[in-house]
Write a protein that binds this ligand. Structure first.
Ligand code: IPD
Ligand code: CA
Length: 267
């Protein structure tokens, strides 16, 4: 911890930045929507929140690089200190007034995530984790569920809506988990689903083809809450790594990975 004292102070400031700016999402009125792809959207609010958070982060940490979903992430030094921001994770939910979206910010040092912040403005829940210090929701310690078997679990399976070519794989995965678990869920915001695993509301979550800003903060929160995260089909890009993610409460991890490998990854 001594090693990261300065980073921890910065992390605490960043939490307040995310809360202050993120809460504006709740007050947002009709705003302009632009299509980045057939089923991939960006709204005025994504851009406004990103601009404001990036501006504040530059003030409090001028030496940090910044990766963010709604900007061009080129010529960055990914080997040092950086932030990874998704100004709204769950943009499609936001557009449809389905109130499950998160503002996700990860603090990274030499390729390792040291801090994770996911703020859910619609429920005013602030999920945080600093490496080695546990995971919290609104300052209360959280931990993963104690479900021991996949057959007793509630499992979330993402559909990766921006990549329709892999729809078969997503729906085979859904069916596979549905056949075994109590039931499946799909919230529509990877960062929120990861926080739900961390707090025991879900026992596991998996999705193919996420972007680094979807999972960087949430993955640390899961790990610090006692859960386990496995990345699959990692693809390095100039701004980070795309990956499939399997996040569980740890107890059901091997069973879940086995199911994924046997029934889904062959698709
Ligand atoms: C998306 C959400 C969604 C997931 C997509 C992501 P965005 O992020 O996390 O749940 O299925 O793959 O791209 O576009 O709302 O920031
Ligand atoms: Ca987003």
């Amino acid at each position: 911890m001594k090693q990261y004292k300065k980073e921890y102070e910065l992390f605490e400031k960043a939490i307040e930045v995310v809360r202050e700016i993120g809460r504006n999402l709740v007050l947002a009125e009709a705003c302009e929507i632009r299509q980045k792809g057939q089923t991939d959207f960006v709204t005025e609010m994504d851009v406004a929140i990103q601009t404001q958070i990036c501006g504040k982060l530059k003030e409090i940490a001028p030496d940090y690089e910044l990766i963010a979903e709604e900007k061009r992430n080129q010529d960055l030094n990914l080997k040092g200190k950086l932030w990874i921001l998704d100004p709204i994770d769950g943009t499609t939910n936001f557009i449809h007034h389905f109130c499950h979206s998160g503002i996700s910010l990860a603090m990274v040092d030499k390729g390792e995530t040291v801090g994770g912040i996911v703020y859910l403005p619609f429920t005013d829940e602030m999920f945080t984790a600093f490496r080695g210090q546990g995971a919290y929701c609104n300052k209360e310690r959280i931990c993963v569920s104690c479900v021991k078997h996949l057959k007793d679990s509630l499992f979330s399976v993402g559909t990766n809506p921006g990549c329709r070519e892999s729809a078969d794989k997503a729906f085979v995965t859904m069916r596979a988990f549905y056949d075994v678990c109590h039931d499946i869920r799909r919230i529509g915001a990877a960062s929120v689903e990861l926080c739900y695993v961390a707090s025991g509301r879900l026992d596991g979550y998996t999705e193919h083809g996420l972007k680094v800003w979807d999972y960087a903060a949430g993955a640390l929160i899961v790990q610090e809450a006692g859960g386990r995260v496995t990345y699959q089909n990692e693809q390095k890009t100039e701004w980070g790594t795309n990956a499939g993610v399997m996040a569980t409460n740890n107890s059901i991890h091997e069973e879940a990975m086995e199911l994924l490998n046997d029934r889904c990854n062959k698709k």
